[in-house]
Unconditional design. Structure first.
Length: 105
């Protein structure tokens, strides 16, 4: 069973590559076939497959097979989960109650 840190890291890994960000921008206009993504990106098919695997494993993108091609789209559920995760991880949950001279830990 995967711990939550591993699954959370997959979400952020999806956003930490310029090609994956470009793919997400292309998918903002709706579902795209892998062939269309390849036409718009300056990467090889194996490289696209690598990026799509990371995006799909994060849950942010969903893939749908149609013959020999796969069609990809942004997953509303995955995108919402990523937004909630970022908010959760960046929300301060407690304030330091030390006297100001001590180091909080």
């Amino acid at each position: 069973m995967e711990n939550h840190h591993v699954s959370n890291a997959k979400v952020f890994k999806a956003f930490c590559d310029e090609n994956r960000l470009q793919i997400l921008e292309l998918l903002q206009n709706g579902e795209k076939c892998a062939c269309i993504l390849l036409e718009n990106l300056k990467i090889s098919q194996p490289t696209l497959s690598h990026h799509m695997k990371i995006l799909c494993e994060s849950g942010i993108v969903a893939g749908r097979k149609d013959g020999k091609w796969t069609h990809y789209s942004i997953s509303a559920k995955g995108a919402e989960a990523a937004q909630l995760l970022l908010k959760k991880l960046t929300t301060v949950t407690s304030l330091c109650e030390c006297d100001g001279d001590a180091v909080c830990g």
